[in-house]
Design a protein around this ligand. Structure first.
Ligand SMILES: *Cc1c(COP(=O)(O)O)cnc(C)c1O
Length: 394
């Protein structure tokens, strides 16, 4: 007889999902109602407003796709890339590679701008490529590369897209809620995010927003959008304004209660306060990790506060350390991906996982685990982190 599943208690400090706040879990346990119930439709409208707040946009087409971040990515490309379209795709980690896949699968031509893993997208290289071609339809890049912990200059890249008359498509899965992100001010045309990183809602939903210019491209397409589920014109029959909603698909009702609650919490905190909270705890974590002798992969000016990529010390089997952290502390941190597999740990400070308690647990657990494994680690890491907090409070 298989019995009910009871997951172990964990502390999630990897690349996502992050810890889900009890308020969000409680919201998800509320009664399921019909996805066309007037009460549900009122809540859907609130989610749209709250997402506009979080994304800093007035775009009417701002809504959650009923599927994970990867589907939000696909929603952007399938609607905005037509066969033959030239799209500049910037790759400096795992997720830029997926953008290339998307462009090509929908018949577009991906012109790649490659930068080393651990460095930001080069604005100069993008500008050069724009100058060489006068028929670029879109520029696609990842704002916060979760695979490396790098933040690219989204404002400058979107400005280039505007200057050269093409659309910008931005992956903000890890950036939303963790670092400054301004959809309208920066002129972002299409953006997708995820719920399980700095919003700290469970995985499985992807906020998406399209500008006027992006919608114009959709309406002027010659070819039919090759996805039924992700066709924005069809989805908006359900997510669009007014009480008259057409059935498109059954929304994930309880998952949306969770997203609603997490966005209410973000609004209560204030989005700018959320950004500064991520910056503040990153400083403390950094002080602790550096005291332990761990070196950051990314240069200080391009570091994401919410995703800290540090080098595994010489001679240490990184997988054993992660297994020990999980077993002895219930603490999950992330492994390296792709080029960085086996070489780095990725320590997330995302959303509800970005607190003093998380920082102190992580430093303490890493110090003890490394020492248990025979690595010579200096003491005082927790004191170093604590000193940052004292300085911040002063
Ligand atoms: C996590 C992530 C994704 C994919 O999101 P899923 O919800 O796992 O599909 C895409 N891009 C970036 C930058 C991510 O960090």
């Amino acid at each position: 007889m298989i019995t009910s599943f009871h997951p172990p208690q964990r502390t999630l400090m990897g690349p996502g999902p992050s810890d889900v706040h009890p308020r969000v879990l409680a919201a998800m346990a509320r009664p399921t109602i019909g996805h066309l119930d007037p009460a549900f439709i009122t809540m859907m409208d609130e989610i749209k407003q709250l997402l506009q707040y979080a994304l800093r946009t007035e775009n009417p087409l701002t809504m959650p796709v009923s599927a994970p971040g990867s589907a939000g990515m696909e929603a952007c490309f399938v609607n905005l890339v037509e066969p033959g379209d030239k799209v500049i795709v910037c790759q400096n980690g795992v997720f830029g590679g997926r953008m290339k896949e998307n462009v090509e699968r929908f018949g577009g031509e991906a012109l790649m701008v490659q930068d080393a893993w651990g460095t930001p997208v080069s604005v100069d290289k993008v500008r050069e490529l724009m100058q060489q071609h006068d028929d670029i339809k879109a520029l696609a890049f990842v704002h916060a590369e979760t695979s490396t912990g790098v933040c690219s200059d989204a404002e400058a890249l979107c400005q280039l897209a505007q200057d050269y008359g093409c659309l910008s498509i931005v992956d903000a899965v890890t950036s939303l809620g963790g670092v400054e992100l301004e959809v309208d001010k920066w002129g972002i045309d299409a953006i997708y995010s995820g719920t399980q990183k700095c919003l700290s809602a469970p995985p499985g939903i992807s906020p998406v927003s399209f500008s006027e210019r992006a919608l114009e491209k959709v309406s002027k397409r010659d070819s039919r959008i090759p996805s039924w589920f992700l066709d924005k014109k069809l989805v908006m029959g359900y997510w669009g304004g007014g009480q008259k909603r057409a059935y498109h698909h059954t929304a994930p009702v309880n998952a949306l209660y969770g997203l609603h609650e997490s966005l209410v919490m973000l609004q209560e905190e204030g989005i700018e306060n959320a950004w500064s909270r991520h910056a503040a705890h990153h400083e403390a974590l950094k002080a602790g990790l550096e005291t332990l002798g761990l070196r950051f992969t990314v240069a200080p000016e391009a570091r994401l506060p919410q995703l800290n990529s540090v080098q595994v010390p010489e001679g240490v089997d990184e997988a054993i350390v992660r297994a020990q952290l999980l077993q002895n502390y219930g603490l999950e941190i992330g492994a390296g991906l792709g080029d960085l597999a086996g070489k780095v740990w990725r320590i997330g400070l995302m959303g509800s996982s970005c607190t003093r308690r998380h920082v102190m647990l992580c430093i303490d657990a890493l110090e003890n685990t490394l020492r248990d494994m025979g690595v010579e680690v200096p003491t005082g890491a927790a004191v170093a982190a604590g000193a940052i907090y004292k300085a911040q409070e002063a």
